[in-house]
Design a protein. Structure first.
Lengths: 218, 224, 276
C-alpha cells in the first residue's frame, strides 16, 4: 500500500520544489503587502478617483478566480514585449490577487486609528506623509497582524495554482512524481504534511510578532 | 493576434452548460459546508474534550492545506486506501471539508457577540444546544454572519474551477476544451473572466441586500 | 461586461501591434540570449518524461537538445500540463513545444516543424472490462478517460457527434492532466478504457505489469506528430526543420528513434499537414 522506495525517491524532489513554494510565497506576499497598503491608503485618503480606482481593483481581483488571473498575466506579458517569465508572472498574479484582501484588512485597520491622533500630529506640525508612515500605518499593521498572517497562509495555499503557468512548485512536482511512480499516496501525503508544516511556521512567527507588539496595542 | 469574437458563438452553449454546473457546485458545496460548519460549532460547544480536540486538529490541518492538495488526496489517494468516490461527489466533498472550518470560524465569531448570560439562561430553562443555536443565537447573529459568509461563499465559488483537474465538467473545464478547439485563449478567457466577475458581483449584491433585510429587522426591533 | 471585454481585447490588440513592430523572429532572440524556451508536459513516456531526479528526458528532449546544439544554444524547459501549452504558444510565452499531433485545425493557428513521429490512437482497457473491440460502436455508452485538450479527446468528441447523429449514446469522457491519471481512472474502475497514442499506451502497459491492461485495437487514422512554433516565427520553424534534416542525414535521428521506440520509421518532410 505504502511504497517506501517511492517515498525515498520523491522526498528530495519534493524538498527542492518546497523551496520554490517558499520563494513564491515570500515574493508574492511582498507584492501583496506593497500593493495592498497603497490601495488601502488610496481608498481612505486618495480622493474620489483614488477611492474608485482601489475599489475597482479589489472588485476585479475578488470577482475572478486566481486561476484565470494567472493565465491572463502569463499570456499578457509576452504581448507587452516581455519574455515569458513564469515565476515572475506567478508572483505578480498571486501578489495582486492577495493585495485586494490586504486592502480590505488594512482599510478597516486604518479607519480604526483614532482621528484625534492624526489631528494632534498635524497640529504639532508633522507632515502628511510622516503621519501615515509613523503614526497611522504602524498601528494599522499591528492591529491587523493576525489577519495579515492568515492572509499570508492563504498566499501559501494558493501557490499550487502557479503550476498552470509552468512553475513547478511542490504540488506540481507531486503530479510529476505521480506520473512516473504510478502512485499518489507516497507523494501527496508528504506534500500535505509539508504545507501544514509551513502554515504552522507562519502561525508561530505571527504569534511571536503579536507577543512582541502586544505592549503597543491599544 | 486578431480578435475574433464570432468564432466563439458556436461554443456558447458549451460554456453555458459549464456555467450551470459551476452554479450548482457552488450552492451544493456551500449548503453542505454550512451544514458541516454548524455541526463543528455544536461539537465544540457541546462535545467532550476528545471531540473538541479532534475538531481543533481537523481545523488546523485544513487551515494549512491547499484545496488542490485536498482534492488530490480525496480523488487519487483515497481509492488507494479502498475508498472510491465519483468526480462530482469528490468535488463537493472537497469543497465541504475545505470550507466548513472557515464557515465555523465565522459562526463562532458572530456567536461570541451574543452575551453569554443569554445562553446560560436558555440552558437553565431546558433548551438543548440545537434549540439554543436556532432560536437564540441564529436570529441575533445573522446580520453579523452574512458579511464574512459572503466572502467565504465567493471564495468557494471561485475554487470550483479547481475541480476541472478531476474532470468535473464545470466552467473552467468547458473553457479549456473550447480553447483547445478555437485556439483563441485571450477571447475565451476574457469572456469567462467577465462571466465569473458578473456572477460573483451579482452574488455579492444579493447577499448585501439579504444583510440589509436582516439587520433592518433588528434595528427596528431595537428602536421600538 | 461587453465594455470590459472590449477594453481588454483592444488593449491586447494594441500591445500585440506594438510588440509585433518591436520584435523580430524568435530565432534572433534565441540566438541573442543563447537559450531556446521549450514548453513541455513531461508525463508522456516515451516521448517525454522525468527521471528520478526530476530531469526532463525522452525521445523529444533528446532530439530538441541535439537540434539546440546545432543552433549553438541551450534548452530551457517550461514544465506544465498540456492544456496550457498551445494557448501559451499562441500567446508567445515560449519558443516551441514538441509532440503535437498535426491537425488541419491546429495548422491554421500554429506552424509545424517537419514531423518527428507518427501517431495512431489506440484503445486500452482492462482484461475484465468487457470491452473487446476498439470500434466506436462498441464504446458507445461507456466511459473512457483521455488527456484534457489533446487530439485524442478531440477525436472522441467528433466520434460522439457521429454517435449522437445516429441516435446512439455518446462515449462519456473523463479528462485528466496526465496519462498516469487516466490509467489510474481505468484501474480504479472510474472508466473502462483509455484512448491515446498507441506507443504511449504500450509504454504504460510495459511499466504497469501489476495491472491487467490490454490494448484492444486502434481508433481513427494515423497522423504525424511534430513540434509547434508560433506563426510569427517562420525563420525559427525553418531553422528547426533544417537541423532535424541534418540529424536525419547524420543517422542520429534513426539512433534516437531506435532508442525510444525500438524501430525506425521514415517521416514526410513536406505536405504533411492533413487537409480536413
Amino acid at each position: 500500500m505504502f511504497d517506501v522506495d517511492i517515498l525515498r525517491e520523491s522526498i528530495p524532489v519534493i524538498a527542492s520544489a518546497a523551496l520554490v513554494t517558499i520563494q513564491l510565497t515570500v515574493a508574492a506576499a511582498a507584492v501583496s503587502l506593497t500593493v495592498g497598503t497603497l490601495s488601502a491608503v488610496l481608498q481612505v485618503a486618495g480622493g474620489r478617483a483614488g477611492y474608485w480606482l482601489s475599489r475597482a481593483y479589489v472588485s476585479l481581483m475578488r470577482g475572478t478566480p486566481l486561476f484565470v488571473q494567472l493565465l491572463v498575466v502569463f499570456f499578457a506579458l509576452p504581448l507587452l514585449g516581455l519574455r515569458s517569465q513564469a515565476f515572475f508572472a506567478a508572483v505578480l498574479a498571486i501578489g495582486l490577487n492577495s493585495g485586494a484582501y490586504v486592502t480590505e484588512i488594512l482599510r478597516a485597520a486604518i479607519l480604526a486609528v483614532p482621528r484625534g491622533q492624526v489631528e494632534a500630529a498635524v497640529t504639532i506640525g508633522i507632515g502628511r506623509l510622516a503621519v501615515w508612515r509613523r503614526i497611522v500605518l504602524p498601528q494599522a499593521a499591528i492591529t491587523s497582524l493576525p489577519m495579515l498572517a492568515a492572509e499570508l497562509t492563504i498566499v501559501l495555499k494558493s501557490t499550487p495554482l502557479a503550476s498552470v503557468i509552468s512553475v513547478t512548485e511542490m504540488t506540481y512536482a507531486g503530479v510529476l512524481i505521480q506520473a512516473r511512480a504510478f502512485s499518489a499516496i507516497e507523494v501527496f501525503v508528504p506534500i500535505a504534511a509539508g504545507y501544514i508544516l509551513l502554515a504552522q511556521v507562519i502561525a508561530r512567527i505571527a504569534r511571536m510578532l503579536e507577543r512582541r507588539f502586544e505592549p503597543l496595542r491599544g | 493576434m486578431s480578435v475574433d469574437w464570432a468564432a466563439l458563438v458556436p461554443y456558447l452553449p458549451d460554456l453555458a452548460r459549464g456555467f450551470a454546473v459551476t452554479v450548482a457546485l457552488t450552492f451544493g458545496g456551500a449548503a453542505c459546508a454550512l451544514f458541516m460548519a454548524i455541526g463543528l460549532v455544536l461539537a465544540t460547544s457541546a462535545g467532550g474534550p476528545a471531540i473538541r480536540r479532534s475538531v481543533r486538529i481537523y481545523t488546523e490541518i485544513i487551515l494549512g492545506l491547499p484545496i488542490l492538495v485536498l482534492l488530490y488526496l480525496i480523488y487519487f489517494v483515497l481509492p488507494q486506501l479502498g475508498l472510491r468516490i465519483g468526480e462530482v461527489a469528490a468535488g463537493i466533498l472537497t469543497l465541504t471539508l475545505y470550507y466548513a472550518p472557515y464557515m465555523a470560524e465565522a459562526i463562532r465569531g458572530a456567536i461570541a457577540s451574543v452575551p453569554a448570560g443569554q445562553v446560560d439562561a436558555a440552558r437553565m430553562i431546558g433548551l438543548n444546544p440545537v434549540q439554543i443555536f436556532i432560536r437564540i443565537l441564529l436570529p441575533q447573529t445573522l446580520g453579523l454572519l452574512i458579511p464574512p459568509l459572503t466572502g467565504i461563499l465567493i471564495g468557494l465559488a471561485k475554487d470550483t474551477a479547481i475541480l476541472s483537474v478531476i474532470s468535473v465538467h464545470e466552467l473552467a473545464y468547458a473553457t479549456k476544451r473550447v480553447v483547445s478547439r478555437t485556439y483563441t485563449p485571450f477571447e475565451v478567457w476574457a469572456l469567462v473572466a467577465g462571466l465569473y466577475w458578473l456572477a460573483l458581483s451579482a452574488l455579492e449584491v444579493l447577499m448585501r441586500r439579504l444583510e440589509g433585510r436582516v439587520t433592518r429587522f433588528r434595528a427596528s426591533g431595537a428602536s421600538a | 461586461m461587453t465594455r470590459l471585454a472590449t477594453t481588454l481585447a483592444s488593449a491586447a490588440l494594441a500591445a500585440s501591434l506594438l510588440s509585433g513592430a518591436a520584435l523580430a523572429d524568435a530565432l534572433d532572440d534565441i540566438k541573442a540570449r543563447g537559450t531556446m524556451v521549450v514548453a513541455i508536459d513531461p508525463t508522456f513516456p516515451p516521448f517525454e518524461f522525468t527521471d528520478a531526479s526530476g530531469k526532463v528526458v525522452g525521445y523529444d528532449p533528446e532530439l530538441i537538445e541535439a537540434v539546440a546544439d546545432g543552433l549553438g544554444v541551450k534548452v530551457e524547459y517550461q514544465v506544465m500540463a498540456f492544456s496550457g501549452i498551445i494557448p501559451g504558444l499562441i500567446a508567445g510565452a515560449f519558443d516551441m513545444t514538441p509532440t503535437l499531433n498535426v491537425t488541419a485545425e491546429r495548422a491554421s493557428k500554429i506552424d509545424y516543424v517537419i514531423p518527428t513521429a507518427s501517431s495512431v490512437n489506440a484503445v486500452m482497457t482492462t482484461k475484465d472490462s468487457g470491452v473487446t473491440s476498439a470500434d466506436i460502436e462498441a464504446l458507445s455508452g461507456k466511459t473512457c478517460a483521455v488527456k484534457q485538450t489533446t487530439q485524442p479527446e478531440q477525436m472522441m468528441m467528433s466520434f460522439n457527434e457521429t454517435l449522437a447523429a445516429d441516435g446512439k449514446p455518446e462515449v462519456e469522457l473523463l479528462g485528466f492532466e496526465t496519462i498516469e491519471q487516466t490509467i489510474a481512472a481505468l484501474a480504479q474502475g472510474r472508466a473502462v478504457c483509455v484512448v491515446d497514442d498507441k506507443s504511449v499506451l504500450y509504454e504504460a502497459m510495459a511499466s504497469r505489469k501489476d495491472l491487467p491492461l490490454v490494448v484492444v485495437g486502434e481508433l481513427g487514422g494515423t497522423t504525424p506528430i511534430g513540434w509547434g512554433v508560433n506563426k510569427a516565427n517562420p525563420a525559427l520553424t525553418a531553422a528547426l526543420s533544417d537541423e532535424l534534416k541534418k540529424l536525419k542525414a547524420s543517422g542520429k535521428f534513426d539512433e534516437i528513434q531506435m532508442k525510444y521506440f525500438g524501430y525506425t520509421a521514415a517521416l514526410p518532410e513536406s505536405d504533411f499537414v492533413p487537409t480536413e
